[in-house]
Design a binder for this molecule. Structure first.
Ligand SMILES: Cc1ncc(COP(=O)(O)O)c(C=O)c1O
Length: 447
């Protein structure tokens, strides 16, 4: 076969300090997901295209389940809807035995419409409208209370329901300079947490049955979980004696790191991302030491991004290329930050789908938006990408299909590759008609 002509590239060598973040070297061509040809998927479903791997979802779930259930007698994963609430993803986790973790009325309804029973829904979030709180408590969902105002609502609802209701309380605590989220729940050190328990336990209508603490997100150091677990075990010792709390569950939220690369990271994700085993070690040891076996509460984790990120990939196509003033090559893709919200804080892996020869060259990847902020990768070294070339961007499974923007272009198809290789469309591309169906022109502007 005749080889395509590649013009030579001149790379300017700059003396001085080496870039400590490396050259952003791209990897080898990758043209299959679980044995299915990406080229064929792109031909059939168009570009851009999100692709989810059911096999990866299952592997991640098994890894988490094994790490925790081998160490601790009672463990349950609750799927964090906000990380990805595509029905196919939520249903996959539901089938694997995960409960649902929701942070709004909308997500609560999503879980119920998928058939998740109230008792298997963990309801968090700082805003639970009165009606949603009432519905969730009526369904006997696991409701974790965020503020004294919400506690007041719960007391009223208990009166309306004519029975005692069980709740959990959200806590925050000091975990060092970078790790002290204090906006959710009641603070342990200030005394607010104990005050909330005293108030609930003495109300006669509300019983505290659970503690919840979501420490943060992308928590690289498992030791933060150990510290939190130790603090909660100690705190419970006092609360049990003082207010007679009988703890049924302890929920340590989400926050495990995925294998994505945070912008500016020096080390590779393989070196940085702790395994589920390491998180499990840090969490389970203090729990096993702190609770007598008969009193061990159910351990709930709401791990989101670490479960789904690697299951999602995005195929995009080069629309055009140009030479930038700084000598780098600019490449415009058909997918930008509108679909890839996480590009703001990750350097995603970008791989060619078709092998290209030629020396690697510095390239900047832009999205299709007419906006300066639409940069998918600021720096990537790959053999030249040409117009029409497909690229694979990954991992993209966490937070993109919930935080994506309906902005300037329409959102594309999403498919799932089943464990057996079967491919199914799980979200159809949007149309202008779909987008405008909730809009109404005022009478004076109609034709
Ligand atoms: C209460 C709660 N649980 C779970 C999660 C999932 O977190 P992650 O995706 O970092 O695991 C979040 C995300 O912010 C959260 O707020």
């Amino acid at each position: 076969m005749k080889k395509r002509y590649e013009s030579p590239t001149l790379t300017r060598q700059v003396g001085g300090v080496t870039n400590k973040f490396g050259l952003g070297l791209g990897g080898k061509a990758h043209d299959r997901i679980d044995g299915v040809s990406i080229t064929e998927l792109r031909e059939r479903y168009g570009s851009p295209l999100f692709i989810y791997s059911e096999r990866t979802l299952k592997e991640k779930h098994r890894e988490l389940q094994d790490a925790f259930s081998h160490r601790y007698p009672r463990f349950r994963h609750a799927w964090s809807y906000k990380t990805n609430y595509l029905k196919a993803i939520c249903r996959s986790f539901q089938r694997l035995g995960s409960w649902a973790e929701v942070v709004s009325m909308m997500e609560y309804e999503m879980a119920r419409s998928l058939g998740v029973p109230g008792r298997q829904i963990v309801f968090n979030g700082p805003y639970k409208p009165y009606e949603s709180l009432k519905r969730a408590l009526g369904d006997e969902a696991i409701v974790n209370i965020d503020s004294f105002d919400e506690l007041e609502d719960v007391e009223r609802i208990a009166g309306e329901l004519g029975r005692t209701v069980k709740i959990g309380l959200r806590f925050n605590m000091s975990l060092g300079a970078q790790m002290s989220w204090d906006r959710y729940g009641f603070n342990l050190e200030s005394g607010a947490a104990a005050e909330a328990i005293e108030r609930a336990q003495s109300s006669g209508r509300v019983t505290v049955a659970g503690y919840h603490a979501h420490l943060g997100t992308f928590v690289y150091d498992p030791e933060h979980y150990r510290t939190a677990a130790v603090k909660l075990v100690d705190f419970h010792g006092t609360m049990k004696t003082k207010y007679g709390v009988r703890l049924e569950y302890l929920d340590l939220g989400g926050g495990f790191a995925s294998r994505n690369r945070l912008r500016g990271s020096y080390l590779s994700t393989a070196d940085l991302t702790p395994s589920f085993e390491r998180y499990a070690e840090a969490i389970c040891e203090p729990l096993l030491a702190g609770f007598a076996p008969a009193e061990a509460p159910l351990l709930i984790l709401e791990t989101g991004r670490a479960m789904v990120d690697e299951a999602g990939s995005l195929v995009s196509t080069v629309i055009s290329t140009k030479r930038l003033n700084n000598g780098k090559r600019g490449v415009v893709l058909d997918a930008g930050v509108n679909l890839l919200f996480t590009a703001f804080w990750y350097d995603h892996e970008v791989l060619p789908v078709i092998e290209r020869s030629g020396p690697p060259e510095d390239q900047v990847l832009y999205g299709p938006l007419c906006m300066q902020i639409d940069v998918v990768r600021e720096q990537l070294r790959l053999p030249r990408l040409e117009r029409g070339d497909p690229v694979l961007i990954r991992p993209v499974g966490a937070y993109n299909n919930t935080q994506w923007l309906q902005f300037i272009t329409l959102r594309p198809n999403i498919v799932m590759v089943g464990e057996n290789g079967e491919v199914s469309l799980i979200r159809e591309r949007e149309t202008v008609e779909y987008l405008q169906q909730r809009e109404v022109l005022p009478p004076w502007l109609r034709d």
